[in-house]
Design a protein around this ligand. Structure first.
Ligand SMILES: C[S@@+](CC[C@H](N)C(=O)[O-])C[C@H]1O[C@@H](n2cnc3c(N)ncnc32)[C@H](O)[C@@H]1O
Length: 304
């Protein structure tokens, strides 16, 4: 049933409700979490099951000992910031871990006192809700299209793309061999081999893949994981090879922000002759844990 038919059905139903009961019913529709059950779909359950499998293979912060550069960079953040992977840990899982004392949402401002403040979380993956927003509300129909996830890490974008889109091919390129092993395990176990491929490589060696992609996803790929000079090299490679006219580029943060943050950047990439930004509607409700601020980090561009 589409939106306008559903709306008419609801109006018809409401017109039959006892007038004295109507305010109670409308209040319930506005505020009740019971309606959130409508947002539980098979895809969400599968993503939760994948996250559960991956959690058993990784430490709580989902960082590998080999990621010394990223760990070092994260330590430069204020002590009130911790790594919590949003794909592995949704709000409910974080709540249960907090109850078990294994995780905390707050840090102590003064040891031994009850003065606490909320911790900031850094995630290196999209959450299941962000994946749904990406594939159902940002991207067009991907039938017959090739999507490349640059830095595929746990594979969240690839699994989300398999479950929520009809993309012909979903290709993950990841520089860490250990994460490639984890992605391969999930792809085999969940029967995703028909449309997902994963490649262990530096994206800078994958020029023809980038040239042929219809959609390229870049979620905070380089900032934490590469030295400054390698970040500059990688952005050059992206801007030289993601050139197929009309191809879509999804980034977090915006391309402008990512490039401006590069050291010694003095207009090395002319964004205006390369891309046009596509305005997005971030006002989408996907259940009680919807966080419009996290959606607003996501930007979409069309290659000119
Ligand atoms: C923030 S994670 C992105 C996760 C995933 N795309 C998502 O949205 O859920 C960035 C990943 O990019 C990888 N990476 C960094 N530089 C890379 C490069 N030059 N080539 C391939 N992967 C790279 C890192 O190892 C890290 O796992």
């Amino acid at each position: 049933m589409n939106f306008s038919t559903a709306k008419n059905e609801i109006i018809r139903l409401l017109s039959r409700v006892d007038v004295s009961e109507l305010p109670k019913l409308i209040k319930w529709m506005r505020n009740s979490e019971e309606l959130d059950d409508c947002f539980v779909d098979n895809e969400k359950v599968l993503l939760q099951s994948i996250a559960e499998d991956l959690r058993t293979c990784l430490p709580l912060d989902a960082m590998l000992p080999s990621e010394s550069l990223a760990i070092g960079k994260a330590q430069l953040n204020p002590e009130s910031t911790v790594h919590v992977d949003a794909f592995l840990y949704d709000e409910e899982t974080i709540d249960s871990l907090c109850e078990e004392g294994k995780m905390s949402r707050d840090y102590c401002l003064q040891c031994g006192s009850h003065r606490t403040a909320p911790l900031g979380f850094i995630s290196h993956s999209f959450s299941a809700l962000e994946l749904r927003f990406l594939f159902q509300h940002i991207l067009p129909d991907l039938t017959g299209r090739v999507l490349v996830d640059v830095g595929s890490r746990l594979g969240a974008v690839l699994y989300g793309g398999h479950l929520y889109s009809s993309a012909a091919q979903l290709v993950g390129v990841e520089i860490s061999a250990e994460f490639i092993q984890l992605q391969k395990m999930v792809v085999e176990k969940y029967g995703f081999t028909d449309r997902i491929q994963v490649t262990h490589a530096d994206i800078c060696t994958q020029a023809s893949l980038l040239q042929n992609a219809d959609v390229v996803v870049m979620n905070n790929v380089f900032e934490y994981f590469l030295e400054s000079k390698d970040q500059i090299r990688a952005w050059h490679c992206i801007s030289q090879n993601v050139r197929k006219k009309g191809a879509l580029l999804v980034t977090v943060p915006s391309v402008q922000e990512a490039i401006a943050a590069l050291p010694g950047n003095n207009g090395m990439i002319d964004i205006h002759e390369w891309l046009e930004e596509v305005p997005l509607n971030y006002d989408v409700y996907l259940g009680k844990d919807t966080d419009p601020d996290s959606f607003k980090q996501i930007h979409l561009y069309r290659v000119l």
